[in-house]
Each structure stands twice: as structure tokens, then as C-alpha cells.
Design a protein around this ligand. Structure first.
Ligand SMILES: [Zn+2]
Ligand SMILES: [Zn+2]
Length: 498
């Protein structure tokens, strides 16, 4: 019995082994939902999965070995103790829209082989939203969310909690915590000993059962806070799916809002939404990106979700009837629009562009039901047409007197040479022949009844003669030039003289 029968044949095919990641390839949680994980939280979860502290992971892992460490120093501040890995993040910058955030995303993507970690940050909004006042300067959390996470699966930090202005948890409708209930410390966004759900200072569990949370300290602002939390969550959910967000889209949507709610009056729109006129102007023209907290206040007044304003195409899904009814329509916007009754050039070009783009995408237009449109054209009076262009007749009259025209007239309209003087000697037949062939005797002559047009022409005449002598025929041809004068009189008579 041969060895093949006992052991079988070896497989010689090379197996395609996928790339190995240096760190665990943890799947980010909650992508596409308002409860999406934050990148800072992902880092602390990654450290916990490796049984490392964040300080050890960030301070000693190869992510810091990339060209220089200045970028790390911009985000992390080393603590005064001598050990280098003790530090804390000065802000939630790594969740933000800056190039530092992008660097972190690239490094973590490389180390974990997880793609698209940018949706754990606000990077999808980097062209649309200003990077000022985006985040809280300290850690915030919902104890009930931690508790729910612990019973259902993985405890993680939400990106929503890090946003400035988000003060309540939209799931549990309770205020977010910002101070450890045990050591009473305000915690930094990401510290050397950060762990999801635990205090980075005293290390105790921060989760709490439902009902034990602190009541909202500011009930008057409650509605607005809940609105901000909900609408910001919607925005986070939207921007992880809609990748291509542009400033132009936001500007266009804002201009649609100004046109529909304040008759195109930027000042009235700014006053009604509580924003400054200059800010609204610069957003609408695309010169500046809006601050997210200011934008959310404007959206609260208008009644359009911030995610819709930033990501929607021409505010398609917006129900304008509801919004117009809800929006305060003060008399100033009407008055202001009356004073600016004249159509502006910018309005015309804007409308023209809109129509042009509409014409290019006619497939997306809704199909009209037959007979559903009724266009009534009101009767009008007699139209008075007046020509407001150049007075062409007057210009025509004045032109020959202008020096420039006199200069070019020699080229554009050359006058025939005319002889006005008397010849020195009487003219002979030959002279007249020469003058007439030169065209100098053509023209209008005479007056009254004898007014006539004379035209000279030189013709060749051949005279043929035949002679018969001794049964021989000699044919002779003689050429002769004659002058022909055609005369046409004013009374209609014509004559041809040779
Ligand atoms: Zn919660
Ligand atoms: Zn504590």
C-alpha cells in the first residue's frame, strides 16, 4: 500500500490570505443611526479590547511612529508626571472636521483594516459646517444608555454626546451627565485611562438604572434641547450614508428658504430666525460655513431639520404648507419686499439657472395627469411699445460730419474722379475716344428736359471683303474700333450712337 492511499494528496494550491490587521478589526457600532459611535470612543474600546490603557495604545503603539509627533501634541497634552503615556485629549478634536481628525482616521483604518472610519467623526460635514464650537470640552454621557449597553452587548460612547449644544439623551429624554458621581470630577474627552462606561479618574462604573437620573435643570429650555438632540442625531445618521455633502447644496437650500419664507429678504429672514444678517448673507452666498449650534437654532425657528437643510437636494421632501403656517410672517418682510419690487439681475440669473438645471433633468420631473393643469391668463390692456435703444436715424445723419468717418470714407465709399476743368486745346476725335474708354465721360449731364445718363463703350467691329480675280477668291478682314454712346433721357427716351 503506497503512502498516497494512506495520507491522500497534498493540496498544492496557494490560499489567498487576506491582509492581517495590526490591531483587532473591531466593527464600529451604530453606523447610519443617530446613536453612531465616536472615534474617541472607538479608540478607548480598541484599547480595552487589547487589555491596554488608551495611554499605552496611543503613546506606544505604532500609530505614533508615523513622521513626527507634533500632530499628536496638538490634540493630547502630556500630564506633568514623567511617564510619557499619561496624557489627556484637550478636546474632541479627533471627532471633528480638521486635518488632525483625518490623520487619526487614516492611521486607525490602516491599523485595524476597517474602512470608512470617517463616519465616526464629523468629517463628512467638513465642507459644510464650520469647525468652531463643534464639541464640548469635557466628556458627557447618558448613564441609562451605558446601563442598557451593558445588558444588551457592547458599551460604547456616542458621537452625539460630544456635540456642543446636545444636553439631553434623545432615547431616554434625560439630561446628559458631565461629572463623575463618585469622585465629582469633570472628565476629559479621552484620557490615558479612558474606558467606555467607566470614570477615567476613579475607574468606577458610570451607568445607572432608569429613573435614578438627574432631572432636567432647565425645563423652559427642555423642548429646544430635545429638538437639538433629535435633529443632531438625524444629521449624524444622514451624513454617514450621504457622503457627498457640499457647501453649494446648503447655500442653495438656504436661499430657497429665504425666498419662500421671507420673500427673498435676507434681513427679514435673519431677524425672524434670530441669526445675524451678515451670517445669513455669507452662508447664502457660500462665503462662510455655518456654526453647527447657530445653524440648529435657525433650523428650530424655521422648522426644517438641520440634516435636511444640509443634505437634501433642493429641499424636495419639505412640506412648505406646514412650515409657512408655523413660520412667523411679520409685516416687515412684506413691507420690505414691496420696496424692493424691482426685479434684480441676480434673481433673473438664479431663476434662469434653476430652469436650465431643471431642463437637463427632465426625467426626474413628475408626470402630469392629463387635464390637471389650468392656466388662466388675465386680460391686459393695449401694450405700448417704445424703442429705448440707440437713435439710429440721428446717428445716421450725424455720421458724415464726424472726422473719423471722413477718414474711413475714402476706403469705404470712394468717389469717382471727376474732371471739372476745361481742356487747354479743343478735343479731337481721338481724345474723346481715349476719355470715353477711360470712363471719364460717363455720368449724368444736362438739365431739365435734356437731363440724361451717358455711358460710353468701346466695341470691335470686323469688316469682311471678298474679291474674285482669275477664279481666285480673296477674303480680307479689317478690324475697326468704334465708340458706342448709350444715352438715357429723363423723359424715358433712349438713344444709341456710334
Ligand atoms: Zn440615554
Ligand atoms: Zn470618578
Amino acid at each position: 500500500m503506497g503512502p498516497e492511499a494512506v495520507y491522500g494528496a497534498w493540496e498544492a494550491q496557494v490560499v489567498d490570505v487576506p491582509e492581517r490587521s495590526r490591531l483587532y478589526s473591531l466593527t464600529p457600532i451604530g453606523i447610519g443611526t443617530p446613536q453612531v459611535e465616536s472615534l474617541s470612543g472607538y479608540v478607548s474600546r480598541l484599547a480595552e479590547a487589547h487589555a491596554l490603557s488608551v495611554g499605552d495604545l496611543v503613546g506606544r503603539e505604532s500609530m505614533t511612529r508615523t513622521r513626527g509627533t507634533s500632530w499628536k501634541r496638538r490634540i493630547f497634552r502630556p500630564e506633568s508626571r514623567p511617564m510619557a503615556q499619561l496624557f489627556h485629549a484637550t478636546a474632541y478634536t479627533i471627532n471633528g472636521v480638521s486635518s488632525w481628525a483625518l490623520k487619526w482616521v487614516r492611521i486607525l483604518e490602516r491599523l485595524t483594516c476597517c474602512g470608512h472610519l470617517d463616519v465616526l467623526t464629523l468629517l463628512p460635514l467638513r465642507k459644510t459646517v464650520s469647525d468652531m464650537f463643534l464639541f464640548k470640552r469635557s466628556r458627557a454621557w447618558c448613564p441609562q444608555c451605558y446601563e442598557a449597553d451593558r445588558t444588551t452587548g457592547t458599551v460604547y460612547e456616542r458621537l452625539l454626546w460630544t456635540l456642543r449644544g446636545v444636553a439631553v439623551c434623545p432615547v431616554h429624554v434625560t439630561a446628559l451627565e458631565g461629572r463623575c458621581p463618585f469622585c465629582h470630577k469633570v472628565l476629559p474627552p479621552l484620557a490615558a485611562h479612558s474606558r467606555p462606561g467607566y470614570c477615567s479618574s476613579c475607574g468606577r462604573w458610570l451607568g445607572k438604572e432608569l429613573g435614578a437620573s438627574r432631572p432636567n435643570p432647565n425645563p423652559a429650555e427642555g423642548d429646544y434641547e430635545l429638538y437639538v438632540a433629535t435633529t443632531a442625531g438625524e444629521l449624524l445618521a444622514r451624513c454617514s450614508t450621504a457622503r457627498r455633502l457640499s457647501k453649494a447644496r446648503f447655500s442653495r437650500n438656504l436661499r430657497i428658504c429665504i425666498d419662500r419664507l421671507a420673500s427673498g429678504n435676507t434681513k427679514a429672514f435673519a431677524e425672524l430666525t434670530g441669526a445675524s444678517r451678515g451670517a445669513v448673507q455669507s452662508w447664502a452666498t457660500g462665503k462662510m460655513r455655518p456654526r453647527l449650534d447657530v445653524l440648529m437654532r435657525v433650523c428650530f425657528r424655521v422648522g426644517i431639520p438641520v440634516g435636511c437643510l444640509l443634505t437634501s437636494r433642493r429641499l424636495d421632501a419639505v412640506n412648505w404648507t406646514t412650515i409657512t403656517a408655523h413660520f412667523p410672517n411679520d409685516s416687515r418682510s412684506v413691507k420690505a419686499s414691496r420696496t424692493s419690487d424691482r426685479t434684480r439681475d441676480s434673481d433673473i440669473s438664479y431663476s434662469r439657472n434653476q430652469l436650465m438645471s431643471l431642463a437637463r433633468q427632465y426625467e426626474s420631473l413628475p408626470i402630469l395627469a392629463p387635464g390637471s393643469i389650468e392656466l388662466r391668463v388675465p386680460e391686459s390692456g393695449i401694450a405700448q411699445l417704445s424703442y429705448a435703444g440707440l437713435p439710429l436715424d440721428t446717428i445716421d445723419d450725424l455720421l458724415p460730419t464726424s472726422p473719423a468717418y471722413r477718414q474711413v470714407s475714402q476706403i469705404l465709399d470712394p468717389q469717382p474722379v471727376s474732371l471739372n476743368t476745361r481742356p487747354l486745346t479743343p478735343l479731337h476725335k481721338g481724345h474723346i475716344g481715349l476719355l470715353s474708354t477711360a470712363g471719364l465721360l460717363n455720368g449724368v449731364f444736362g438739365s431739365g428736359d435734356r437731363l440724361h445718363v451717358a455711358a460710353w463703350k468701346t466695341k470691335k467691329r470686323v469688316i469682311k471683303t471678298e474679291e474674285t480675280e482669275d477664279e481666285k477668291i480673296t477674303i480680307r478682314e479689317r478690324e475697326q474700333f468704334v465708340h458706342e454712346l448709350a444715352v438715357a433721357f429723363a423723359n424715358g427716351e433712349t438713344a444709341l450712337i456710334e
